[in-house]
Design a protein around this ligand. Structure first.
Ligand code: BJW
Length: 251
């Protein structure tokens, strides 16, 4: 069990009157559900596989079966996982603020399964499939036995509807994220290495417009020196304690 977490008085004062709160999550929020992160040494997905071999359009075109099967494996990990105390605490936090926005880089669907009312997915979703050639989202043909399956309309390759390196983020989701970050009074960055753009830049947008910046992560990141408050611990242990204290004056 991590040591007891206390809301600092200055943060408590801001949270007492804040209306617009934004949370950005990364792979670390799902680590305690048993879903591996990307860049953590030993356990991160990239410590066993090279990103450029798997998470780019070029990699998919070169080795579609390998990439497709990797995502089948990834889905099998998240299907077995359950939302943890961190996901559940964030769903509760959403109820405490008039204007709450949850942005996630994760593709695992665990926030939704924790009951989060609205989730803005910046890097897509493991459970959707798109036609590689035409971009159209295709439903109902996820694992038809072929690897990868073919688009029922044009016969082209289907791919997971996630965002690979070099690809644009979904325009509507990114626009909403940037708007919410700019308008936020408090911005939480939770369980992300803050290395991958443009998601990593959202905290800076928020802070540039005067938001208080809070980071929750057991390890320092490039964002850490810019954060107003850092809770250095696992999200599944820090968040329930923080949310319980916020609930005491906002619930
Ligand atoms: C815990 C914990 C616990 C552990 N509790 N915490 C500007 C400058 C330089 C480069 C670029 C730039 N703009 C764009 C780029 C290129 C590129 C990029 O950012 N590269 C950098 C790596 C240098 N970005 C892109 O290509 C993006 N597209 C784009 O910008 O389009 C426009 C454009 C195109 C071309 C050129 C220029 C512009 C797309 C990025 C797509 C990222 N895709 C992936 C894969 C998704 C599909 C899949 O899941 O397979 O998204 S990569 C991977 O990284 C995944 C994640 O969402 C993303 C972020 O990772 P995250 O979540 O931060 O995980 P980790 O593992 O890095 O960190 C986990 C953290 O948790 C750690 O800090 C731990 O300490 C912590 N932790 N346990 C709390 N219990």
């Amino acid at each position: 069990m991590a040591s007891a977490v206390e809301l600092p008085p200055s943060l408590r004062r801001v949270l007492q009157s804040a209306e617009r709160v934004v949370v950005l999550t990364g792979a670390g929020i799902s680590a305690e559900s048993g879903v591996p992160t990307f860049r953590d040494a030993q356990t991160g997905l990239w410590s066993n596989y090279r990103a450029e071999d798997l998470a780019t359009p070029a990699a998919f075109l070169a080795r579609p079966r390998l990439v497709w099967d990797w995502y089948v494996f990834r889905r099998s990990l998240t299907e077995r996982a359950s939302p943890n105390q961190g996901h559940l605490a964030l769903a509760r936090l959403a109820e405490l603020f008039a204007d709450f926005t949850l942005l996630t880089q994760n593709v695992d669907g665990l926030h939704q399964r924790a009951g989060q009312p609205e989730v803005i997915e910046l890097h897509g979703n493991l459970y959707e499939t798109r036609c590689f050639d035409e971009g159209r989202v295709v439903t109902g043909v996820l694992d038809d036995g072929s690897s990868p399956p073919r688009c029922p309309d044009c016969g082209g390759l289907l791919r997971p509807a996630v965002v690979w390196f070099g690809e644009s983020l979904p325009a509507a989701a990114l626009a909403k994220a940037e708007r919410a970050a700019r308008a936020s009074q408090v911005f939480f960055s939770i369980g992300t290495s803050s290395l991958v753009q443009p998601a990593a830049g959202l905290a800076g947008l928020a802070k540039g417009q005067g938001a208080l910046l809070i980071e929750i992560n057991p390890t320092a990141t490039p964002l850490t020196p810019h954060a107003d408050h850092v809770f250095s611990g696992p999200a599944g242990q820090v968040l329930p304690q923080l949310v319980q204290q916020i609930e005491a004056f906002r619930g």
